[in-house]
Design a protein around this ligand. Structure first.
Ligand SMILES: Cc1ncc(COP(=O)(O)O)c(C=O)c1O
Length: 397
C-alpha cells in the first residue's frame, strides 16, 4: 500500500496536545501566542496517519465492545523480539522484556529504583529535558558530559570528561540518548563500545533511551548499545517503544529490556504492576507484524522533507546553521549568526510567524541560541512554517 503523507489531517478537537493544548502550552511557558492560525511543530509526534494494519487492528478491538483488564499474550513478547532481531540484529530473551506505560515514566522509575539520593547521574546535554528533571526531581546529582559541537554543527562525545565523571565513586548511572534528541547523532559502534567500557570499568549503570532508533536516515544504521557491547549487557537497561516509530504516543507502550534479573526485580518492585490496555496489545502486534512497509515509506518521506528544509534554509535563511541529522525526525537549528538575542529569535518565530517550536535553552544552556523543530508533518505544512519564519528574518538576511 502506498501512503500519501502530504495529506493534511485536521487534528483539532481530538485532544491533541499540539492542536488542542493551547492553554497548557501557554501555562508551561512554551509560547505567549497560540491561536487557530498557529502551526505547532514543537512536540515529537507526527501529523501523519498511521499504518493501515494498525487502524484495522484498533477497529477490531473497538468492535469487541468490552475493554476490561488485559494481559500480554506470548505473541506480544515474540513480536518485540522479532522486531529487534529483524530490524537491528539484536537478540534478548522474552523474560527480559518489561512493559511500562511510558518512557519518561520508566526513566524516573529507573533513577529511583537503581540510585540513591545524592548519587551522580551523567547525561549529555543539550538533551531531552525530562532527563534533567528525572535527576533533579529525584534529588540525584546531575553530571553534564556536554556534547561538543564543531564548526559544521556535528556533535561528538568528550570522552576525557566522560571518563573523569564516571571515575568519581559517587557516580552510579549514565543516561544515554541514542539516537540523540535534539542533536540527531546516531552513535557509532566504536563510540558505544567506548562508553560501555568506561561505565563497566567504573561500575556505572547505563540507561539507554533508544526510542528514536527505528527512525534514522535511509543511509544510516542504528546500533543498540547492548548489541555493541554484549559483554556488558547485564549493566545496561534499554528503553524501546512503538510510540515514536509508529506515531502512537497516545497508546502508551514502552518496552524496557533488562537482562540482569536482580536489576529487573528492583525495577519492577519500584514500578509496581502495570496491566496493558487491549488497544496497546493489538497496536503493538499490528505494527511489529505489519508496519515495516509503512515505516520504510515514512523514512523516505522524512529524509525528503529534511533535504527540502536544508535547501530552503541555505537559500532563504543562510545564517541558520543546520545539518541533516543522522537520526530522529528532529532538526536542531543554530540562530547565533543573526547576532540577536534568543528572546528576539523567539519573538520573531513564535509571536510574529506564529510557528510553535521549542527554544533550545530547554535542552540545557548549550542550546541557548538554538531552535528545535519536529518535521514529521505533511510537507505542505512544513513548507508554510519555514516560509513564515523566513519572512520574519528577511530584514536580517
Ligand atoms: C528521547 C526521548 N525519550 C522519551 C520520550 C517520551 O517518551 P514517552 O512518551 O514514552 O514517555 C521522548 C519524546 O519526545 C524522547 O524524545
Amino acid at each position: 500500500m502506498k501512503y500519501n503523507f502530504d495529506e493534511i489531517v485536521n487534528r483539532r478537537g481530538t485532544y491533541s496536545i499540539k492542536w488542542d493544548g493551547g492553554q497548557l502550552i501557554k501555562t508551561i511557558g512554551l509560547t505567549e501566542r497560540y491561536d487557530e492560525d498557529t502551526i505547532p511543530l514543537f512536540t515529537a509526534d507526527m501529523d501523519l496517519p498511521v499504518p493501515q494494519p494498525l487502524i484495522d487492528a484498533l477497529h477490531k478491538t473497538v468492535d469487541h465492545r468490552i475493554f476490561g483488564y488485559s494481559v500480554f499474550p506470548d505473541e506480544y513478547f515474540e513480536a518485540v523480539q522479532h522486531w529487534f532481531k529483524k530490524r537491528h540484529d539484536w537478540e534478548f530473551k522474552k523474560e527480559e522484556i518489561v512493559y511500562s506505560p511510558g518512557t519518561v515514566h520508566a526513566l524516573n522509575v529507573a533513577v529511583r529504583a537503581l540510585t540513591k539520593p545524592g548519587d551522580g547521574v551523567i547525561i549529555q546535554r543539550p538533551v531531552y529535558p525530562p532527563f534533567t528533571s528525572s535527576i533533579n526531581a529525584n534529588e540525584r546529582t546531575l553530571l553534564n558530559n556536554a556534547l561538543v559541537c564543531d564548526d559544521d554543527g556535528y556533535y561528538s562525545i568528550d570522552f576525557e570528561d566522560f571518563e573523569a565523571k564516571a571515575k568519581d565513586e559517587n557516580t552510579k548511572m549514565f543516561i544515554l540518548c541514542n539516537p540523540h534528541n535534539p542533536t540527531g547523532r546516531v552513535f557509532t559502534n566504536d563510540e558505544l563500545r567506548k562508553l560501555a567500557d568506561i561505565c563497566a570499568k567504573n561500575d556505572v549503570l547505563i540507561i539507554a533511551d533508544e526510542i528514536h532508533g527505528d527512525i534514522v536516515r535511509c543511509n544510516q544504521t542504528f546500533i543498540p548499545i547492548a548489541k555493541a557491547a554484549p559483554e556488558h549487557a547485564d549493566k545496561i537497561i534499554t528503553f524501546t517503544a512503538i510510540n515514536k516509530t509508529f506515531n502512537v504516543a497516545g497508546l502508551h507502550c514502552t518496552n524496557v529490556i533488562i537482562t540482569n534479573p536482580e536489576l529487573r526485580k528492583t525495577f519492577n518492585g519500584v514500578m509496581g504492576m502495570h496491566l496493558p490496555s487491549p488497544f496497546t496489545v493489538s497496536a503493538l502486534l499490528a505494527v511489529y507484524h505489519e508496519g515495516e512497509d509503512w515505516l520504510e515509506q515514512l523514512k523516505e518521506y522524512i529524509d525528503g522533507t529534511m533535504e527540502w528544509a536544508v535547501d530552503f534554509l541555505a537559500e532563504n535563511m543562510p545564517k541558520v546553521k543546520v545539518r541533516i541529522p543522522e537520526g530522529t525526525y528532529i532538526m536542531w537549528m543554530d540562530f547565533s549568526a543573526y547576532g540577536i538575542s534568543p528572546d528576539e529569535v523567539h519573538d520573531r518565530i513564535y509571536n510574529k510567524a506564529n510557528v510553535l517550536l521549542e527554544d533550545g535553552k530547554m535542552f540545557g544552556e548549550e542550546g541557548l541560541h538554538y531552535q528545535r523543530i519536529c518535521i514529521p508533518s505533511p510537507r505542505p505544512m512544513i513548507k508554510e512554517a519555514f516560509e513564515r519564519i523566513a519572512r520574519e528574518f528577511e530584514d536580517l538576511k
